[in-house]
Design a protein around this ligand. Structure first.
Ligand code: GDP
Length: 593
């Protein structure tokens, strides 16, 4: 099958985009017999000068009659491959399509008028390409005939524009002096510019690299659903989703992110007919696992050591469509793959107004039709890939209330304060030596899954009393609960480290709690020793085990927001315990799973 590549041609109005496209059509012979001559004859008849741009209008007219070519997606072909030209760059529709994934330009031809030189718009276009993540760019300096094919003019523009593009992170593959109207260096050499020895436009686009096909990328399957097997006594589950990248076989060891759970593919399931031996990108799949682990919709399944990024801060480019602006202080929903996570705008790096194409670094919010380079922060860690690496798990939409208010691409992970720990615990979980009794089996034996309950609050609010009463109550009800006082970890495990090594204390406490959780217990603790606010670190360390943060403190306090449950301070421990037990049951962490 012939390869197809989508390219976009951008440039200031009148710099010659349509002429170049018309030329490409004419010179590569996709127009069809006699088309060029027909348009030229029409021009003569109407007494107007022929323009290559008219060829586009002619194609559009054909399309109106329901024939062949879509004007916004003009095709031309070389010996190498077929090209689709995505039109109307800088146009809102184009930007919207690019950031939401409806259109995907893999490369760009950027046009500059030799006579006019680098204009403000030329800079904006360069910036736009950078925002859209298009890294393959050829710069074409057009209308060289108007400057007598002068090498100096060309060199000056190259010098100026190369420096600018470098600033926005684009290193063009080449600069080509052309005359679209006269046909110099579009699809062949130019007698007028013997001093140039680089490629013509066609050779330049043919030299663009093709992104690897999705099947060759690392495996990514966002989990859509988990189905229970219907037969009695069969505790197997089918994990279903669409393989967005890579391929999947029975026996593959897999990692689920962000939970870090691991297992092995036991079988590939088919809803009808023979199960396939392998599933490749672009296909929906159902798999069963050798070890029954509890995974949920939203996780991304990958191979063990080729997992996606996991974190809470995303450097992203967003195109905003919402009626209300995207602004700090409000919360939105980030939908990426099959996951949905609460997200906030943390920082605006730069905003580009799509209708005017003016940049602003000082804006405090992102308005409708702005394209913004920004940092988003999610409430809980999400799994994703930079779009440049894997497209399907690098695109997202932002929902404001019930409306899709924006779309975007992830450029990179921005480390948060837990990044190092998160990496450490991922390696720990991948390398963890497991006994033959899995978590699920242990939970069935004990009658409940493992869980961590952290009671937080200022000194004197009665945390310890609540924690004690909770351990007692849980044990009376047959739950394997254990009160892990931070002090006990300090006395023993921490005996060799300084008491002001807070990071060390928190990490060791978390690892001890993680061992008890791995043993299947409900661990109850307070944060007296390691201090308030460390529960975020703990969450990272004990993940994927669930953690319930119970905060004893007045309503509306800052810590309140982080807590899963807030209780009035100084109350009867028994009342608090009732509420906690109810919360645990509601989250089905106690009896059912
Ligand atoms: P667009 O707005 O970027 O699509 O520009 P057009 O392709 O419509 O071109 C604008 C004008 O520049 C037209 O009058 C073209 O004939 C003219 N033009 C385009 N390319 C060349 C060129 O290489 N040399 C000269 N002299 N004029 C050109």
């Amino acid at each position: 099958m012939r390869e197809t590549m989508q390219i976009v041609i951008v440039g200031h109005v009148d710099h010659g985009k349509s002429t170049l496209v018309g030329r490409l059509l004419a010179d590569t012979g996709v127009l069809g017999e006699g088309k060029l001559e027909k348009v030229q004859a029409t021009c003569r008849r109407q007494g107007k000068q022929f323009e290559y741009a008219f060829l586009l209008d002619a194609l559009e007219a054909e399309q109106d009659q329901g024939i062949t070519i879509d004007a916004a997606r003009v095709f031309f072909r070389t010996d190498e491959r077929d090209y689709i030209i995505i039109d109307a760059p800088g146009h809102i529709e184009f930007l919207k399509n690019m950031v939401t994934g409806a259109a995907r330009a893999e490369a760009a031809v950027l046009l500059i008028d030799a006579k006019e030189g680098v204009r403000e718009n030329s800079r904006r276009h360069g910036y736009l390409l950078s925002m859209l993540g298009i890294r393959q760019v050829a710069v074409v300096v057009n209308k060289m005939d108007l400057v007598d094919y002068d090498r100096e003019v060309f060199d000056r523009i190259v010098g100026e524009y190369r420096a600018f593009l470098e600033e926005v992170g684009i290193r063009p593959h080449c600069f080509i002096p052309i005359s679209a109207r006269e046909g110099d260096l579009v699809a062949g050499p130019s007698a007028a510019m013997p001093w140039y020895d680089g490629p013509d436009v066609l050779a330049a686009v043919d030299a663009f690299g093709k992104a690897p096909s999705r099947g060759q990328l690392p495996l990514r399957m966002p989990v859509q659903d988990v189905y229970k097997w219907n037969a009695r006594g069969d505790d197997r589950r089918i994990v279903a989703g669409r393989v967005e990248a890579g391929r999947l076989r029975v026996g593959d060891r897999v990692l689920f992110s962000p939970s870090n759970k691991t297992s092995t593919i036991a079988s590939l399931e088919a809803f009808a007919g023979q199960p396939p031996a392998e599933v490749e990108a672009g296909t929906s799949a159902g798999v069963t696992l050798t070890e029954q682990i509890y995974v949920e919709r939203g996780e991304i399944m990958s191979h063990l050591r080729e997992g996606p990024e996991v974190g809470t801060r995303l450097r992203a480019n967003v195109f905003w469509l919402g009626k209300l602006p995207l602004e700090p202080g409000r919360s939105y929903k980030l939908k990426l793959g099959t996951s949905q996570t609460e997200v906030r705008l943390e920082e605006i790096v730069r905003v580009l107004d799509a209708s005017e194409l003016g940049t602003s670094v000082t804006k405090k919010r992102v308005d409708r039709h702005d394209v913004a380079d920004l940092v988003l922060r999610t409430r809980t860690p999400v799994a994703f890939d930079p779009t440049e690496r894997i497209e399907a798990t690098g695109r997202f939409v932002i929902v404001d209330g019930y409306d899709i208010a924006g779309g975007g691409i992830v450029r990179a992970l921005v480390p948060d304060e837990h990044q190092q720990l998160r990496l450490e615990s991922r390696i720990r979980d991948i390398e963890w030596v497991r006994g033959d009794v899995g978590h699920e089996q242990r939970a069935r034996m004990l009658g409940h899954p493992a869980s961590l309950v952290m009671v937080t609050g200022e000194a004197g609010v009665g945390k310890a009393a609540v924690a004690r009463a909770l351990e007692r109550r849980l044990c009376e009800e047959g739950v394997h609960a254990y009160l892990l006082d931070g002090k006990n970890v300090v006395l023993g495990v921490d005996a060799d480290i300084a008491l002001d090594d807070r990071e060390g204390l928190v990490r060791r406490f978390g690892e001890v709690a993680h061992l008890f959780l791995d043993a299947g217990l409900v661990v109850v603790s307070t944060t007296n020793v390691i201090g308030l606010g460390d529960h975020r670190t703990l969450r990272t360390l004990v993940s994927p085990f669930p953690m319930l943060v119970v905060h004893l403190g007045p309503e509306g306090a800052a810590e309140d927001e982080e807590a899963d449950l807030r209780l009035d301070p100084g109350g009867e421990p028994a009342v608090a315990v009732d509420q906690i037990v109810r919360a645990l049951a509601e989250r089905s962490r106690l009896r059912s799973h």
